[in-house]
Design a protein around this ligand. Structure first.
Ligand code: IMP
Length: 429
């Protein structure tokens, strides 16, 4: 079997695990950083030249012109959002970006966002989407009416497809009793302007990444969201519309099934979730309040307060099975400092039975009981530790328990937002 020099960084919970920080940590040793799914529903901030940038779509290596940044075929691209991000970099003097956009990636048009919002408002139980048009754009892709980056460069086809799409959406609005009409001319004009601005980035990214892998270049696959938001293996229907698993990378990039050499699953030292859906270890008291405040647990894209739960080993075992995880990177360990007793959910039971996996149906979560172990916490400030052995004994025991109950080696942990606060236990990549 080929052994490429690649790594995937994926979220193992419901997103917001601190992947941005961990991806940045590895990005500047990569030759390529490849986003493979999702769109600008993702979000993380990067500090560059003392300035904070909110990245939603651009890959994390974008500030380094020696790193080739790829938006692969599995990503959905909001042209307006993309151009805004490129412009905000340019305003800060970052002009010489190395960006490659797949000719096969699908486009998120403004009408997708409007549909996303309307669907959310009209659903009996809203999903709590980011309203960035992600679901509607992937729906069009699956319905085979989507418009891809390559289509921007074929005038007749673009006109015909855009007309067809807009007519269909306008009918949908009408059927929902909404007076709104999408303006074809405005959308078409915008598409023509955008295509000029991005044309020098467009490539067949499957060929690009494949060649890089074959040459043993260091390729980092940057996941967005988390495995429990996976359309297939997440907590359906409260999921996103793509697959954040590393198993989805070959398809979403157009490369062989053996392309991912190792997968680091990023996990918080506890669990959070935004929006609706199951969160079996959720709790609400002064400790969750403290975690929310210390951990700044408010959404980057939406600003919503995140729900808080104890670390849940069952979720990671699920992530390990459906995605493959070669190591865990445990983030925000410092947030737990000062909590006298820490719980870890180790098993789900339903009646008499220990479940082998998470339930398939949301409804069954009501019957799930979580078994916990309780570990003593620590009070020492851990934000300056330089190695695993600098940690207080109870913090080490906490990480060891995570490793034991998930069956995945903890290879890295993080104790603060700075790069030097990411500490390797094992040498990775
Ligand atoms: P969508 O991806 O906007 O369709 O939203 C579907 C679900 O995924 C919602 O519960 C969102 O809150 C969640 N979601 C999407 N992207 C992210 C993310 O980057 N972090 C955390 N949750 C996300």
């Amino acid at each position: 079997m080929k052994k490429y020099n690649s790594i995937a960084i994926v979220g193992t919970q419901w997103g917001d695990e601190g992947k941005g920080k961990i991806t940045n940590y590895f990005a500047n040793r990569a030759d390529y950083v490849v986003r493979f799914q999702g769109g600008n529903n993702a979000g993380h901030s990067i500090i560059y030249n003392n300035q904070r940038f909110g990245l939603h779509l651009l890959p994390s290596g974008i500030f380094d012109k020696n790193v080739k940044n790829v938006l692969a075929n599995g990503v959905v691209i909001d042209l307006e959002g993309l151009l805004n991000e490129i412009e905000s970099l340019s305003k800060a003097g970052v002009n010489d970006i190395s960006l490659f956009i797949s000719d096969r990636a699908h486009i998120v048009f403004p009408y997708h966002k409007e549909i996303d919002t309307l669907q959310e408002e009209n659903r009996k139980a809203d999903i709590g989407t980011t309203r960035q048009g992600i679901g509607p754009a992937y729906t069009d892709k699956v319905s085979r009416i989507g418009i891809r980056i390559i289509d921007l460069y074929d005038d007749d086809y673009l006109k015909e497809k855009l007309k067809e799409n807009i007519e269909e959406k306008n009918k949908l609005f009408e059927s929902m009793g909404i007076k709104k009409k999408i303006d074809f001319d405005k959308t078409y004009k915008f598409a023509l302007e955008a295509r000029e601005k991005i044309k020098h980035y467009v490539v067949d990214s499957s060929v690009l990444v494949y060649k890089a892998l074959e040459k043993r270049k260091k390729v980092l696959f940057e996941g967005a969201q988390g495995i429990l938001l996976c359309l297939d293996h997440g907590t359906y229907p409260f999921v996103t519309s793509s697959s954040p698993t590393s198993s989805s990378i070959p398809l979403n990039v157009g490369i062989p099934s053996y392309s991912v050499s190792q997968t680091i699953g990023v996990t918080k030292a506890y669990v959070t979730r935004v929006g609706k859906g199951a969160l079996p270890t959720e709790f609400e008291n002064e400790i969750s309040e403290k975690i929310r405040e210390v951990g700044k647990e408010y959404g980057t894209t939406t600003g919503r307060a995140r729900r808080i739960g104890w670390f849940d080993a069952t979720l990671i075992k699920h992530a390990k099975r459906v995605s493959g995880l070669t190591g865990l990177s445990v983030t925000l360990l410092d947030v737990l400092t000062g909590i006298s007793e820490l719980k870890i959910g180790i098993n789900y039971t339903m009646g008499e039975h220990i479940l082998e996996s998470i339930p398939a149906s949301e409804k069954n979560y009501n019957e799930v009981n979580v078994s916990y172990i309780v570990l003593p916490g620590w009070t020492e400030n851990i934000s300056k530790v330089k190695s695993f052995y600098d940690l207080p004994k109870n913090a080490r025991k906490y990480l060891e328990a995570i490793e034991n109950y998930t069956g995945v080696p903890v290879v890295q942990f993080s104790v603060g937002p700075k790069k030097e606060q990411t500490i390797n236990i094992e040498n990775i990549w």
